[in-house]
Design a protein around this ligand. Structure first.
Ligand code: NI
Length: 393
């Protein structure tokens, strides 16, 4: 079966590269993937899948019915949105849309999803159950997965697989990860309210800027002294607003930041932990405060069985030297985790690095580029994992 999948994928390679280049040159921002989803649904329909458009706003699902009576439904998720970045690659098929670029490889993800659907549609008699392909919008703003789930795409799904390109792994190889793959990403707003006064008479005022500085310093120090160092927490204040004039003591400062963590328990305690520190600092110096903590996407926690399935499928297909078991998670965020609240799943990293380049530009870089041979690696890995899902144990 593996040879058959590899043959089908190899035959499709020129078409898949054409598809990827088409999507790459026509990027669309999160929530506006109109042309992309129309294109995707066209390809899915012509491969004989049952297609539904307008799922999760601008998302698409394609369903492939196998010939058996197995009740299990396996989902494959890929994302379709681009970033507000001006491409600088000078490739023939570089972005034709001003200020937009597929700099996170979602063009490759979409192509791999389509390629997998095309391969599996030619061997439906080997599939005892159903496969549902999710083409998700708006991953970059961490909302698309929730839109898709709200429209019922996870109904009856027994397991879900996903992938993300990774420039530091060479094309032809993949990375799997057991347990946490990405972090939970929450939003933080802290407002410190002091009392205005003359810059020359600080004792008659409550200086919100100085107290804000204390709050930031105390939070950063408290992470190192009061959080378990084996359970990482990263708190970054990325924006400060406050003050009126150089000689006026500020009465209000707003701090905006992101909070990353890997362990669900640690995450659950963070809002209280932050509030206590802010409260203590503010009380010490007579300021009032407000803490608004908004939970964003949870951490992606890969399922053990499905990760093992991906690993063994990839090792059979490519040899164990081309399958890396990743020792570390990333503190980046990925809304694939939203699906994992409904079914177990696993997301792997698809190597797209050029072996002969010293520098492979990182994701979200205006010169980001991928070795397109990775598309076939992705398609075969996914298609064979799907096959094994029903034919192993
Ligand atoms: Ni991405």
């Amino acid at each position: 079966m593996l040879t058959r999948i590899q043959d089908l994928a190899t035959k499709l390679a020129p078409r898949l590269i054409e598809i990827r280049r088409h999507i790459h040159s026509h990027p669309e921002l999160s929530g506006q993937e109109y042309q992309t989803s129309a294109f995707v649904s066209g390809v899915l329909s012509s491969s004989g899948l049952h297609v539904q458009e307008g799922v999760g706003k601008t998302g698409v699902i394609g369903e492939l019915q196998g010939t058996g009576k197995d009740e299990r439904l396996l989902a494959i998720r890929t994302d379709m949105d681009a970033l507000p970045i001006q491409e600088r690659t000078e490739l023939d098929f570089a972005s034709r849309a001003q200020g937009m670029m597929h700099a996170c490889g979602h063009d490759v993800h979409t192509t791999v999803g389509l390629g997998t659907a095309m391969v599996l549609s030619q061997m439906a008699e080997e599939l005892p159950g159903r496969v549902r392909f999710l083409f998700q919008p708006a991953e970059e703003i961490a909302q698309g997965a929730s839109w898709m789930v709200d429209d019922g795409v996870m109904d009856k799904v027994s397991a879900i697989l996903g992938l993300h390109v990774f420039p530091s792994i060479p094309a032809g190889s993949i990375g799997v990860r057991y347990g946490a793959l990405t972090a939970a990403a929450d939003d933080l707003e802290i407002i410190i309210i002091g009392e205005s006064g003359h810059g020359a008479r600080p004792h008659e005022a409550v200086d919100a800027i100085w107290i804000a500085a204390q709050v930031i310093t105390t939070l950063q120090q408290a992470i190192s002294r009061t959080q378990n160092p084996l359970r990482p927490v990263v708190l970054s204040i990325g924006k400060i607003n406050g003050g009126r004039a150089p000689n006026v003591i500020a009465d209000k400062v707003q701090l905006l930041g992101t909070v990353r963590s890997l362990h669900p328990e640690t995450r659950a305690n963070l809002p209280n932990w932050i509030e206590k520190i802010v409260a203590n600092v503010c009380h010490s110096y007579g300021a009032k405060y407000q803490v608004n903590y908004r939970q964003g996407v949870p951490s992606v926690q890969n399922d053990y069985f499905l990760t093992q399935l991906l690993q063994s499928a990839a090792e059979e297909a490519w040899g164990s030297d081309r399958v890396q078991v990743l020792p570390e998670p990333s503190l980046g965020a990925e809304d694939f985790s939203v699906y994992l609240e409904h079914a177990p799943g696993s997301m792997f990293r698809l190597g797209v690095g050029f072996k002969d380049r010293v520098l492979n530009y990182p994701l979200h870089h205006p010169l980001f580029d991928v070795d397109e041979s990775a598309i076939i690696t992705g398609v075969v890995t996914l298609a064979y994992t799907v096959y094994k899902y029903w034919h192993q144990g």
